[in-house]
Ligand binder design. Structure first.
Ligand SMILES: NC(=O)c1ccc[n+]([C@@H]2O[C@H](COP(=O)([O-])OP(=O)(O)OC[C@H]3O[C@@H](n4cnc5c(N)ncnc54)[C@H](O)[C@@H]3O)[C@@H](O)[C@H]2O)c1
Length: 262
């Protein structure tokens, strides 16, 4: 099996590479930044908006994990070109090459403007982006849905929370996706059929997002950010829900200037 991983030089790509390695599996790592391939890996330096290069990278590929693009807020033109157009280019190249399975990195920021409520938000919580970046993730999900409906491709769009080695802040006690759970989620997504929107989150005690969509594709998270709670709460206190960083699902993205780089 060969998996094309776009944006492989980034944070999640780097965390996933050793975790997705399997005998008989090749990871084809595509990024605008050069990547040094290890055992069981191949590297392609290309831009996801370059249709010809992306189609060439689909050769002998069985599945695509599309992570490449801007992962934070930036100017609308860049978001539109790389995140929206680039995702269309990747999906269309997969279609042309006969690659039936695509896993897309969406984000919680596709629905980040929803206020936090007492219950767990469903995986298909309606689009309510908090930034231009969030708009691009809504478009990512829509493109995935379109390519599933039109061409029967199996597409999972992951509404990823906070995927880092450890929860970086209080909000991440709810939104953390551990690297090991991220790999479990990607493996489940690679085996799923149909179209799915799924929250990308660990089994956090304080999670706000439903586990149902993950369960439906066989994802069973095993990590819980709560073990980091004592030190984060000792440093910052309990989350204040009146604080914009905690009032809405998207946290501080909801109050960030649109189009401004962090
Ligand atoms: N890390 C998180 O917590 C998180 C949360 C929600 C969603 N996501 C999404 O997951 C994906 C991966 O996130 P990450 O944290 O690894 O981001 P990252 O910024 O660390 O990595 C993104 C990678 O994409 C590459 N890239 C940028 N433009 C490109 C282009 N035009 N062509 C090819 N490659 C390009 C970059 O060089 C980089 O290596 C992103 O789509 C991001 O929006 C991540």
């Amino acid at each position: 099996m060969r998996i094309l991983v776009t944006g492989a030089a980034g944070g999640i790509g780097t965390l996933l590479r050793p975790r997705l390695a399997r005998p008989g599996r090749t990871l084809r790592l595509l990024d605008v930044v050069a990547v040094e391939p290890g055992e069981g890996e191949e590297a392609v330096t290309a831009d996801v908006t370059d249709a010809e290069a992306v189609l060439a990278a689909m050769r002998d590929v069985d599945a695509v994990l599309h992570l490449g693009g801007h992962s934070l807020e930036t100017a609308w033109e860049r978001i539109l070109h790389v995140n929206v157009h680039g995702t269309q280019v990747v999906l269309d190249a997969a279609r042309k090459a006969g690659v039936r399975r695509v896993v897309l990195a969406s984000s919680n920021h596709a629905a980040g403007f929803h206020p936090r409520t007492a219950g767990e938000a469903p995986d298909d919580l309606s689009a309510r982006p908090d930034t231009y970046y969030g708009v691009s993730k809504v478009a990512t999900e829509s493109l995935g849905s379109l390519y599933h409906d039109r061409f029967g491709m199996d597409v999972v769009a992951l509404r990823i929370g906070t995927c880092e080695t450890r929860p970086p802040d209080l909000r991440a006690l709810s939104t953390w996706l551990s690297p090991d759970d991220c790999a479990r989620l990607v493996e489940a997504s690679l085996a799923a059929t149909g179209f799915h929107l799924v929250w990308g989150v660990s089994a956090n005690t304080r999670r706000w997002w439903s586990p149902d969509g993950g369960r439906a594709i066989g994802y069973e998270p095993q990590d819980d950010a709560e073990r980091y709670a004592p030190e984060l709460i000792a440093a910052h206190g309990e989350p204040d829900l009146a604080d914009p960083a905690h009032a809405r699902l998207g946290g501080s993205f909801c109050v960030q200037e649109l189009g401004a780089d962090l």
